[in-house]
Design a protein around this ligand. Structure first.
Ligand SMILES: Cc1ncc(COP(=O)(O)O)c(C=O)c1O
Length: 394
């Protein structure tokens, strides 16, 4: 039996109440709850538009389509991410150009981006991943942040904020920076709808396109055509769109989770503070680097790296943790190690030295809201005893 799981959903608010309202309404798919969720999410981020969809992958696909990515285009994307960030580029028959990431944050930095642009001047799109909930350096005081660089080179940005709600950079929330941002509400994320996602933008043209493409390319909101008293059957199809809408049952859960988002973030931070306090003196363990204010990080993940001085491998470490009943995960096996990307693009690991270093030793520790102090203690004591060198054990 697992004593401490890797992730655990907290449904501690109005989830049941709002879902019951949907069930009793007699209308289970997209309607008022999804609209309310969009409205409140946009309000929380301080953006004009939010579009609820059935996954972050769907949001990323819609986002790239709205930005105008076409067959044969090239799109920068970090090697150290989940396949969804890159597969959506292939949905549009465009090609990913993988970038190495910074060791410690797993982020694309302005420097990494500038070097990549110098080598690939024909790339006109970038997918930025706010890894683990840490905002990438979109802006900085020197006017040399990722957005500034992209603006100078005519590169459009899609932000993958699957991990990053609620995250901030300075006085702005992630979701309010670039052209389009996409969030995930998958079951283990910082807030969940079971499965679901949200796309945010301040650009009306992108918003209109996404709304049409989200539901079959139909030219108007049609959810009320089944519930309205007045005849409203007529609609037109203006593009071959997708079926990506978020049902109200999921949106109801999302609304309740959104109400608790700040509490959940604080709870995650408590666990993270404990990890930093207990694990910071282990020579063979590199802890994540936080370059933003601790409280601006959404702490979806706490990825540590067993460095070269560790006496066991990452895989052995994971097995020992599992034997002690502790769930862990790996974020990520980088994309250049995945058969599809490796073979299609003939990728060489030597081009991604930091991602390689991370991949060799990375493991994510359990992290979720309301983690028991006893469980946290148990995880830390287990990590320390597994990593203690043979000399220490004598
Ligand atoms: C970085 C990243 N992007 C995108 C996704 C896709 O999210 P979803 O499962 O909501 O489609 C994930 C899922 O874990 C992710 O980690």
């Amino acid at each position: 039996m697992q004593k401490v799981p890797f992730a655990k959903v907290a449904c501690t608010g109005n989830e049941l109440k709002y879902v019951t309202e949907v069930l009793e309404s007699g209308w289970l798919t997209t309607a008022g709850k999804a609209q309310a969720f969009e409205h409140k999410f946009a309000e929380k981020l301080g953006v004009k538009y939010a579009c609820a969809v059935n996954s972050c992958t769907a949001a990323l696909h819609l986002g790239l389509e709205a930005l105008g990515v076409q067959s044969g285009d090239k799109v920068f994307v970090p090697a150290m991410t989940f396949t969804a960030s890159a597969e959506v580029i292939r949905y549009l028959n465009a090609d990913p150009v993988l970038l190495d990431v910074e060791y410690g944050t797993n982020l694309i930095t302005p420097k990494i981006l500038e070097d990549a642009i110098a080598k690939n001047p024909d790339v006109k799109y970038l997918v930025v991943v706010h890894f683990g909930g840490h905002a990438a350096e979109m802006k900085n005081e020197n006017k040399n942040g990722i957005m500034d660089i992209c603006c100078r080179h005519g590169i459009k940005i899609l932000e993958d904020a699957a991990h990053a709600f609620p995250s901030r950079l300075g006085d702005q929330m992630v979701g309010s920076f670039g052209d389009i941002t996409c969030f995930s509400f998958y079951a283990n994320k910082t807030i969940t709808t079971g499965e679901g996602g949200m796309l945010t933008t301040n650009n009306e043209e992108f918003y209109r396109r996404v709304k049409v493409m989200r539901l079959h390319g139909i030219n108007r909101d049609i959810w009320d055509r089944f519930t309205s008293d007045k005849p409203s059957w007529e609609y037109d199809v203006v593009a071959p769109g997708y079926k990506y809408n978020m049902p109200d049952v999921n949106a109801a859960i999302g609304l309740a989770q959104l109400e608790q988002a700040d509490l959940f973030r604080e709870e995650r931070q408590k666990a993270v503070d404990y990890y930093f306090e207990q694990l910071n003196n282990i020579e063979c363990l590199d802890l994540p680097i936080c370059k933003v204010k601790n409280s601006d990080h959404s702490w979806h993940l706490f990825p540590v790296v067993l460095n070269d001085s560790a006496h066991i491998s990452r895989n052995e470490f994971i097995e020992k943790m599992a034997d002690l009943g502790i769930g862990t995960s790996v974020h990520y096996k980088p994309l250049h190690h995945m058969t599809y990307y490796k073979e299609t693009y003939n990728l060489d690991s030597a081009d991604y030295p930091n991602a390689e270093r991370v991949w060799k030793g990375t493991v994510s520790l359990p992290l979720y809201p309301f983690m028991d102090l006893e469980d946290l203690k148990y995880v830390c004591e287990s990590v320390i005893s597994i990593l203690a060198s043979e000399k220490d054990l004598i």
